[in-house]
Write a protein that binds this ligand. Structure first.
Ligand SMILES: Nc1ncnc2c1ncn2[C@@H]1O[C@H](COP(=O)(O)OP(=O)(O)O)[C@@H](O)[C@H]1O
Ligand code: SF4
Ligand SMILES: [Mg+2]
Length: 317
């Protein structure tokens, strides 16, 4: 459904994304997981090129959505796909809503901009679908600032659904709402995926959320894929030292140890990218070879991709 091969993105002449490939299959959920600054949002926004053209440079060998080549489409053609076929849901729902218009009016405008008619009953059904059954009439009359964070994020999801998209790109959709509401938004996304067969590209820095929601997980670091494969394989047989470190953080939170295990150091600044493993300065298993070049991707027998010198020899034998 969404195939990307060797995506590279430069912003303001800085290389941010350095050759990412993945394939999100129809009806599946793929999580892109990484610490802040690893290039998740830049990857997501490069799909429909939502950047200022003057300071961005995107190259990609293949970028296909449901057999349609996105690579050679112009801005207008990409704009027509946005919303109607590919919907984005962002971190902060309030930013995604227009502050001066009532929610009902926003539904009318979104539908109209895609040449679709507004039928109040249908909009009420979408609001029910996202769990706003009791307050649906009330919500249509309200302005965004009168809604709670959880209500606003549900409204942005309903606004996305009313256009009947085939793919939802959800960029950290729960990180600006209360932790207690995270579960309900995650369950809502899973139910949308299962009931409506909408594929989801789910972007998160939270390993726990990624393991709950996904079919496949792609772990990003320093603008490169570190490990990518089926969730069960990543969870049961993590290979990359970075994945193992992320795991230790999650298990120490779950076991409520007094001193939480935390990854040492900070995520890499793209200006400091070098021709070496990006994780080298933080990796407990680092050796000399790690500084010689960016390690290649190798596949294990389960089809998981790993970018690490420890597997170079083993898996290529
Ligand atoms: N317009 C820009 N110009 C230069 N650098 C940028 C720009 N936008 C993002 N970056 C840098 O790219 C890196 C990846 O950003 P982003 O994709 O937003 O990370 P995240 O994984 O947190 O979503 C960060 O180091 C960020 O500072
Ligand atoms: S290549 Fe080296 S530094 Fe990078 S993750 Fe593997 S062992 Fe660690
Ligand atoms: Mg981001």
């Amino acid at each position: 459904m969404l195939e990307i091969e060797n995506l590279k993105v430069k912003l303001n002449h800085t290389e941010i994304v350095r050759g990412i490939s993945f394939n999100l299959e129809k009806g599946k959920i793929l999580s892109v997981l990484g610490e802040s600054g690893s290039g998740k949002s830049v990857t997501a926004t490069s799909i429909l090129r939502l950047f200022d053209e003057n300071n961005s440079e995107i190259t990609v060998d293949l970028m296909r959505f449901d057999e349609q080549d996105l690579k050679n489409l112009n801005k207008g053609q990409l704009e027509a796909i946005r919303g109607k076929r590919i919907a984005y849901i962002f971190q902060n729902p309030i930013d995604a809503l227009s502050p001066y218009r009532r929610i009902g009016k926003q539904f009318k405008e979104v539908l109209k901009s895609h040449q679709l008619a507004y039928h109040k009953n249908e909009v009420l059904k979408w609001l029910e679908m996202v769990g706003l059954e009791k307050e649906k009439e009330y919500i249509l009359r309200k302005y965004p600032h009168q809604l709670s964070g959880g209500q606003a994020q549900r409204v942005t999801i309903a606004l996305a659904l009313c256009l009947n998209p085939e793919l939802i790109i959800a960029d950290e959709p729960t990180s600006s709402i209360d932790a207690s509401l995270t579960d309900t938004i995650i369950e809502l996304l899973i139910s949308i995926n299962q009931r409506m067969k909408i594929s989801i590209l789910f972007i998160t820095h939270d390993f726990d959320l990624a393991t709950r929601i996904s079919d496949d997980i792609l772990i990003l670091y320093g603008g490169l894929v570190m490990e990518y494969g089926e969730k069960a394989n990543i969870v049961n047989r993590p290979k990359h030292p970075y994945t193992e470190e992320l795991f230790k953080c999650v298990s120490s939170i779950n076991s409520r140890e007094e001193r939480l295990y935390a990854l040492s150091g900070y995520a890499l600044d793209p200006k400091a990218f070098k021709n070496e493993c990006p994780f080298a300065d933080r990796c407990p298993q680092v050796k000399k070879d790690c500084y010689l070049k960016i390690p290649q991707i190798t596949f294990d027998s389960y089809g998981t991709q790993v970018r690490c010198v420890l597997y170079d020899e083993v898996l290529n034998e």
